[in-house]
Ligand binder design. Sequence first.
Ligand code: MN3
Length: 206
Amino acid sequence: MSHELPKLDYSYNSLEPFIDAKTMEIHHSKHHQTYVDKLNKALEGTGLENKPVEELLKNLDKLPQDKKHAIINNGGGHFNHSFFWKILKKGTKPNSKILDTINKKFTSLEEFKVKFKESALNLFGSGWVWLVVNSKSEELEIVQTKNQDSPISEGKIPLLGIDVWEHAYYLKYQNKRADYVDAFFNVINWEEVNDFLEAGERSLHD
Ligand code: MN3
């Protein structure tokens, strides 16, 4: 079965005014769709057509050399965006579990936001900034990935991530990436982030 664009379980305008409907529509139905289409194209004839995208990205050394870059870019694009849509929602607050974990690592939620924003502003060019669990140290980390590289390729478990490609914010925020990052903090689905934390910890201790 080929990879498919996931449906959003909310409407394009439901993150307004922080992320506008037009950006959401183009980002999901055009940009993400293109990654899916190119991933399917890259996988044709490789025997890897039925592998889940997570499995492809966690085992980059098993990819055929001539398709490797296309799969990293477009498989990463597909995985990263599918993840991103899930962690967006207006009006949630971090519950005690995720909040305690963030406080322990960064001293406070505010301090975490300062560091995360700094990382998003320092990232040169296109890429993502993530809050992950490092599966070796089992600690939270803020990490950057370039282009559509994915933290799961480096043994990291993403809890939340921000797309800082210009296509994610240019229509509304133009060159003002800082304003986009501030807006993003209003649409983090903390319930989902907490679920990713709990699932991640379970996967480390199984
Ligand atoms: Mn994007």
